[in-house]
Write a protein that binds this ligand. Structure first.
Ligand SMILES: *Cc1c(COP(=O)(O)O)cnc(C)c1O
Length: 407
């Protein structure tokens, strides 16, 4: 028997100690800076996935490091028997960014934000929820009940019931599924895990009208799309309104918005925001959490939001995202590029997204393959023009490596 290499030993330690839910890790990363990370061999990568749309400020941003350090050395955790300043400030800030009155419930993840929202919808006295095929809302039992993908659901049935799935983007199908016993319509403004699927213009506004007609709540899952990812605070906000003048009243108004991923730039947090009366449906004793609203997580989120504001990142994301999309679309082996800001999905001419992702990694770029034919990019909002140039320069060669040379 030959002795194990250090790589094999390390792999054995990983597989021997961690549940096999994610498959083998692609790399072991040791540090990060901006939109760059380094592996254990010192090899550098441009991180175009950002911890799956999480690392809004990239890696090791001083504003985030300072906010977390200062809060942790002042008051780290207190339970929800007590209030803290960062928690109240963050709730007020989220409502201000949303441009509505409402109430916030803090959680530690996206799935938990959706669990809170799911329970909130039950307080209407109705149970029926209409959600979209291809949607993703998390892996806990409630969030899974609202997620259509059979492979995720089947091993865990029975799940909470009374959920109808309709094709995403189809107004007629939505109108036909919603009735006067529907508690809520649940939609992502763009479907992230499906590979960044953008609905037709007017779809969300139609969903708003259908919900209102039947007295149902409109619940938007902005876990992936929210907090600046698409170049504005929330994907359901009108890009025109954000550009021209801050006129929140012209935005579509949902009843529930859930956020998480990028909210605290990598520090675990989620939020369920109930707009207007929907913010009052959960009452004392209805729901709870030990960690949710933790002062450190809230301070981290406040630092992320103020840095996005002070560094002008919404504008930056809009401009850079367009350049990235244009550059990617220039190769004929890419059949479609979708998304807004720095949430980008593209379709390949063949089902080769795993090979393309592996080829990108070998050339020093972290990208993601959410489906066999689709690539997703969700880089840090602080990605630079140099990073984009480097990736676009390597892109044809990445496709050559994975698909064979383009003639
Ligand atoms: C990632 C995601 C979730 C789940 O968030 P977790 O933090 O992984 O629980 C829910 N909804 C959407 C749209 C997501 O992208």
């Amino acid at each position: 028997m030959t002795a194990n290499t250090p790589e094999q030993e390390w792999r054995d330690r990983y597989t021997g100690a961690l549940m096999n839910t994610f498959g083998p890790p692609k790399l072991t990363l040791t540090r990060g800076q901006g939109a760059h990370v380094w592996d254990e061999d010192g090899k550098e990568y441009v991180d175009l996935l950002g911890g799956i749309a999480v690392n809004a400020l990239g890696h090791a941003h001083p504003a985030l490091v300072e906010a977390v350090t200062a809060q942790l050395s002042t008051l780290g955790h207190i339970s929800n028997f007590f209030a803290s300043e960062p928690q109240v400030e963050l709730a007020e800030k989220l409502l201000a960014l949303l441009g509505t009155e409402g109430r916030v419930f803090f959680t530690n993840s996206g799935a938990e934000a959706n669990e809170a929202a799911f329970k909130l919808t039950r307080r209407t006295g109705r149970t029926h929820v209409v959600a979209a095929e291809g949607g993703f809302h998390g892996r806990t039992m409630g969030a899974l009940a609202l997620t259509s993908k059979e492979a995720y659901r089947t091993p865990f049935e029975p799940l909470p019931g009374d959920v109808t799935f309709v094709p995403y983007g189809d107004v007629d199908a939505l109108a036909a599924a919603v009735t006067d016993r529907t508690a809520a319509i649940l939609l992502e403004p763009m479907q992230g895990e499906a590979g960044v699927v953008v609905p037709p213009d007017g779809y969300l506004a139609a969903a708003r009208a259908i919900a209102t007609e039947h007295g149902a709540l409109l619940w938007l899952d902005e876990v992936q799309t929210g907090m600046g990812r698409v170049g504005r605070w929330f994907a359901h906000h009108s890009p025109l309104v954000e550009e021209v003048a801050q006129q929140p009243s012209r935005n579509l108004t949902p009843d529930i918005v859930t956020v998480a991923k990028g909210l605290a730039g990598g520090f675990p947090i989620g939020a369920c925001i109930g707009v207007g009366q929907a913010g009052k449906l959960l009452e004392p004793g209805n729901h709870g959490t030990t960690f949710g609203g933790n002062p450190v997580a809230c301070a981290a989120a406040l630092a992320v939001i103020s840095t996005i504001e002070s560094e002008g990142l919404l504008e930056h994301v809009t401009v850079l995202g367009q350049k990235l999309r244009d550059g990617l679309a220039a190769d004929p082996r890419v059949t479609e590029v979708r998304g807004e800001g720095l949430l980008i999905g593209l379709d390949l001419a063949s089902e080769a997204s795993a090979a393309v992702t592996a080829a990108a990694l070998a050339r020093g770029f972290i990208i993601n393959n959410p489906t066999p034919g689709r690539i997703r990019l969700a880089p840090p909002l602080v990605l630079t023009q140099d990073d984009v140039n480097a990736f676009l320069a390597a892109w044809p060669a990445i496709l050559d490596d994975a698909l064979g040379e383009h003639s």
